[in-house]
Design a binder for this molecule. Structure first.
Ligand code: GDP
Length: 296
């Protein structure tokens, strides 16, 4: 994950030598290299600009602390600024005061939505909660089957459509009945995706959002798609409204640009990250841990 970005940061920091405060030339050189590293990782240009300006302010005022060398001081400043860029604090999932908590997952086809729905269900089951999965991706019958298979593996019931139902709105009464009868505390809704954003999909998702009134409407994004996922997030937020994002496929060779850009561009938190195909490969997102992984 983020190998080239991590390598770059390492190289930048190793160039800093000497014992006193950084000279202005050293600050300029360091910032220039960091700018290139971030652009290469596909970070949004505006984000790169504001990041390097904030870092300049930090580095100019930085005092080399007792026991730290100048490179370690710079490392600490870069680390703190990356944590800030990633949202500072861990953003927890909001739970409804009156159960069930409905979580709606949205995203483009292939982003990892269905897998993430099952991973989230598993996550809640592990903490002893009664979970219900809803397969409302009726555009792709294979998606309903896929969720049913995953639900069986983790012992979580899955509600699918009745014969002949093609609009996921029509499933709502059955789903509601099921969650009342089963006293479910968490209901996770898998929705339809498309290869690209289209108006019919947006309308379907807006309708579902209105109907289910989810506590969390989360967008699932493939970390490998870089900047493109930031555009996707903007479109979903403008038309439907999202409360946060989940990045998948961080175990692949994503460059890191999307993850580093999203919070600053959208103002929405990253809540979880997918780090593998298996059901337990979903982690709550911790800005400081992610910053450590990026900086190395
Ligand atoms: P959907 O079309 O958005 O519902 O996507 P799927 O859930 O079917 O996932 C598409 C592919 O991505 C599948 O092969 C998943 O196994 C894979 N996938 C999902 N999340 C992750 C992840 O975090 N890491 C890896 N390596 N693969 C993932």
């Amino acid at each position: 994950m983020f190998e080239s970005l991590t390598e770059r940061f390492d190289r930048v920091l190793r160039k800093i030598t000497g014992r006193g405060l950084l000279s202005e030339a050293q600050v300029d050189e360091t910032l220039r290299e960091i700018r290139v590293a971030l652009l290469e990782a596909d970070v949004n240009l505006d984000v790169v600009k504001s990041f390097t300006e904030q870092l300049r302010t930090r580095l100019k005022g930085a005092e080399v602390k007792e026991g730290l060398t100048p490179p370690q001081t710079v490392l600490k400043e870069v680390f703190d600024e990356v944590v800030h860029l990633l949202g500072d604090q861990k953003a927890n999932l909001q739970l409804s005061s009156k159960p069930p908590t409905v979580i709606m997952l949205m995203g483009l086809q292939g982003s990892g939505k269905t897998t993430t729905a099952a991973k989230l269900a598993y996550h809640f089951r592990q903490s002893g909660r009664r979970v219900l999965l809803v397969a409302s991706d009726l555009a792709r019958l294979a998606a309903v089957e896929q969720l049913k298979v995953l639900g069986e593996q983790i012992n979580v019931p899955v509600v699918g459509p009745e014969e002949g139902v093609s609009n996921p709105r029509d499933m709502f009464p059955k789903v509601r009945k099921k969650w009342i009868e089963g006293m479910h505390e968490v209901v996770i809704l898998d929705t339809a995706g498309r290869l690209s954003i289209d108006q019919n999909l947006m309308k379907e998702l807006s309708d579902l959002r209105e109907l289910y009134k989810p506590k969390e409407a989360l967008l699932v994004l493939d970390a490998m798609t870089g900047q493109e996922s930031v555009h996707v997030a903007k479109a979903f937020d403008e038309t439907i409204g999202i409360d946060g994002v989940i990045f998948t496929k961080l175990d692949g060779d994503a460059r890191g640009g999307a993850i580093l850009s999203i919070r600053s561009v959208m103002g929405k938190p990253i809540k979880f990250v997918g780090v593998g195909e298996k059901i337990d490969k979903l982690e709550p997102f911790h800005p400081d841990r992610m910053a450590s992984r990026i900086i190395g």
